[in-house]
Design a protein around this ligand. Structure first.
Ligand code: GLY
Length: 406
């Protein structure tokens, strides 16, 4: 960016922050402000995602945006772990606006990643298919989408290792994370794939999927967490004899650190486990994870976490808006389980994410909604960028917030 452009950008940003502060002061009561916050974000998202859609439609085929690199939008294939998030965002836009335009785009983009149901090379088929087809099914009741979900669950089940009782996340050497002598690496993110199994048991009556989900959640609870209720990123199991071989990180600051997004996946994952099983131990566990996150001395006042709670560079370390969005969405759901106090925390996060410090200026940021997320610092990959999953969970959180405030 040249000097003049930078000055203009900073001026615009200052004006936006001032306007945001004035609008907050002008709020007469919390409820109307919060409703306005959703409405304001929906207006913004309609325009910003509208720009993104124009580019996609111009391409003449579905190109799936993930982030930006060197000011250029990066597009991904159907088997990328993030391929379900942009189609999924269409479904939340439909829910938030009721506009059929988003439904039609949702159908088109979701169906264009249909082949993802056969992915067996990593565990992310759960993320991909539930965010796209899972939401599509809820919105349209199209029975054909159930078959996609069931096929995806069968693909995920090929990675289930019965002796340790877990779903293997990555192959022994997936490439980019390097060889660390793993046999059956399980990352905490895998908690997010369990919903696919829970849904499949409901659709098919086959309880083996439910049982695999519960086993994975229980074994993860036993092995992934430290005494302070923070979690490791990677736990490697012996898939022949069972038992833990090592506890490490791939995307965090250090093996013994608390990688922020990992804590968010854990919170969200155990919240889903409680919803699906009604086993109170999962609810209690989600609350313990909440306590680790929100009593942490390195949690900033605006509740947008640094990328890793133990980065020694804090407060000069990058924030991760994606972590904040995932946590906010999880907390709105957690608040519905007789825990209304969690909504207040989620509202604070959403207020921060909606401010000009994190929400992009219209027409900038590669047409993504949120700025300042982190993919993987140890790999020098996607540092301080927009990410399609930050936007997806932000829209999901707004949808849940709107539902709670109805
Ligand atoms: N599931 C990969 C990540 O959170 O970066």
């Amino acid at each position: 960016m040249d000097k003049l452009k930078l000055l203009n950008y900073m001026k615009t940003k200052q004006i936006m922050i001032a306007l945001f502060a004035i609008s907050l002061m002008a709020c007469k009561n919390i409820t109307s402000c919060e409703t306005d916050l959703v409405a304001d974000n929906v207006t913004f998202a309609t325009q910003q995602i509208g720009h993104q859609v124009k580019l996609i439609e111009k391409a003449g085929q579905f190109i799936n945006p993930r982030t930006i690199k060197d000011d250029k939008i990066q597009y991904i294939p159907f088997d990328d772990w993030t391929s379900g998030f942009f189609p999924g965002s269409m479904w939340y836009m439909y829910k938030l606006t009721g506009d059929e335009k988003w439904k039609n785009l949702g159908i088109k983009y979701t169906e264009s990643i249909d082949s993802a149901k056969y992915v067996t090379s990593h565990h992310d088929v759960g993320f991909i298919v539930m965010c796209s087809f899972g939401n599509a099914l809820k919105a349209t009741k199209n029975e054909a989408y159930k078959e996609v979900i069931v096929q995806a669950a069968k693909s995920l089940a090929t990675r289930y290792r019965p002796t340790p009782g877990v779903i293997q996340s990555w192959d022994e050497d997936k490439g980019w994370q390097g060889t660390r002598g793993w046999m059956c690496p399980v990352i905490i993110d895998n908690m997010m794939n369990l919903e696919l199994f829970f849904e499949t048991t409901k659709f098919t009556g086959d309880s083996s999927f439910y049982k695999m989900a519960v086993s994975h959640a229980d074994v993860t609870m036993a092995n992934h967490f430290r005494k302070d209720n923070s979690c490791y990123h990677v736990v490697d199991y012996d898939k022949i004899k069972g038992g833990v071989r090592s506890k490490q990180t791939a995307q965090g600051f250090a093996d013994e650190s608390a990688w922020a997004r990992g804590q968010a996946w854990a919170l969200y994952g155990y919240t889903v486990c409680y919803r699906e099983t009604k086993d109170k131990k999962y609810l209690d566990f989600a609350e313990k994870i909440y306590n680790f996150i929100f009593t942490n001395k390195n949690m900033p006042d605006d509740l947008i976490p640094y990328w890793d709670f133990n980065d020694p560079n804090i407060p000069n370390a990058p924030r991760d808006a994606s972590t904040a969005a995932i946590i906010a969405s999880a907390l709105y759901e957690l608040s519905t389980f007789d825990k209304p106090e969690y909504k207040e925390t989620a509202d604070k996060i959403i207020t921060s994410l909606s401010s000009p410090s994190y929400r992009a200026i219209l027409g900038t940021n590669g047409n993504f909604l949120l700025m300042h997320s982190v993919g993987s610092i140890p790999h020098g990959h996607e540092i301080d960028v927009p990410l399609n999953y930050a936007d997806y969970y932000f829209l999901e959180a707004l949808t849940r917030k709107k539902g709670l405030e109805k």
